[in-house]
Ligand binder design. Structure first.
Ligand code: HXC
Length: 260
């Protein structure tokens, strides 16, 4: 579709990586309602597009996203939040079955940091800054900040970021495990697309099962998670792609996955 606040493209040599660029430069990609709707729509349609094996979400070199749109929230009320289900469409992004890679350059603050954390993998440019500054404007994170930092980086880091509102550098974000790799800013999107291409070589069906299994780690006990993983591992043996993958290895050739 044609969007006002984002760009949606296909990237990679085989055009098999969906590339979503947040594009509200005048507001540093502040996440207004319209942008969130478009983003959720683009993610949903890329999730359904069988030519795509992974999705990259990025912003500009100055800002991935500077958070929810403060000007839009200024006169919002408690009852209006309940009536409108503020941020409900947000969770649609988390329902995507395909891997989503966040390529973060510049500011990822508030909802911007939370959006990055909703993605499956975060790559950062060397000048990226992450933070949960909501406390500074009299509110708290509302799209997962208090929960996802605590789960992926522990209590002390989560408390420090959410209570101080301080920004952290890409290098510190990598050290604490929020980000998996840091690249020079101008190479970031290309590197994220390359990762998307490597993922896209695998069976989409098996990639989906693998993503689902890792996500269970954030929802349940170790025993239940291990049980889920084992059952899912067994289930891959019901697929043609598992047979093809192992046959290709044995025959020293490249696999030809059929998503089946
Ligand atoms: C609306 C924003 C915005 C935001 C920046 N802008 N962030 N507009 N909402 N979150 C606008 C500014 O008003 C300005 O437009 C233009 O973008 C450029 O911003 P400047 O402040 O002039 O740029 P700079 O001095 O470089 O500072 C960059 C910055 C600062 C450090 C990122 O803009 C900033 O602190 N932004 C707010 C960050 C924040 O508090 N985020 C959390 C929001 S709450 P005009 O036209 O005015 O000049 C949140 C809740 C999450 O995210 C809930 C779930 C989604």
């Amino acid at each position: 579709g044609s969007y006002q606040n984002i760009l949606a493209d296909k990237a990679g040599e085989k055009k098999n990586v969906g590339l979503i660029t947040l594009n509200r430069p005048k507001a540093l990609n502040a996440l207004c309602d319209a942008l969130i709707l478009e983003l959720a729509d683009a993610v949903q349609s890329m999730d359904k597009d069988e030519t795509l094996g992974a999705i990259v979400i990025t912003g500009s070199e100055k800002a991935f996203a500077a958070g929810a749109d403060i000007k839009e929230m200024l006169n919002q009320t408690y009852s209006a939040n309940i009536r409108s289900g503020l941020l409900e469409r947000w969770s649609d992004i988390g329902k995507c079955k395909k891997p989503i890679i966040a390529a973060v350059n510049g500011y990822a603050l508030g909802g911007g940091c939370e959006l990055a954390m909703m993605c499956d993998i975060i790559y950062a440019g060397d000048k990226a800054k992450f933070g949960q500054p909501e406390i500074i404007i009299g509110t708290i994170p509302g799209a997962g900040g208090t929960q996802r930092i605590a789960r992926s980086c522990g209590k002390s880091k989560a408390m420090e970021m959410c209570l101080s509102g301080d920004q952290i550098t890409a290098q510190d974000a990598e050290k604490m495990g929020l980000v998996s790799k840091v690249f020079p800013a101008d190479q970031l999107v290309a590197e994220a697309v390359k990762l998307g291409e490597r993922i896209s070589r695998h069976s989409p069906l098996i990639v989906q099962l693998c993503k689902e299994s890792v996500n269970v780690a954030f929802e349940t006990t170790l025993q239940e998670g291990l049980r889920f993983e084992r059952k899912t591992f067994y289930a891959t043996f019901a697929t043609e792609d598992r047979k093809e993958g192992m046959a290709a290895f044995t025959e020293k050739r490249k696999p030809n996955f059929k998503n089946n």
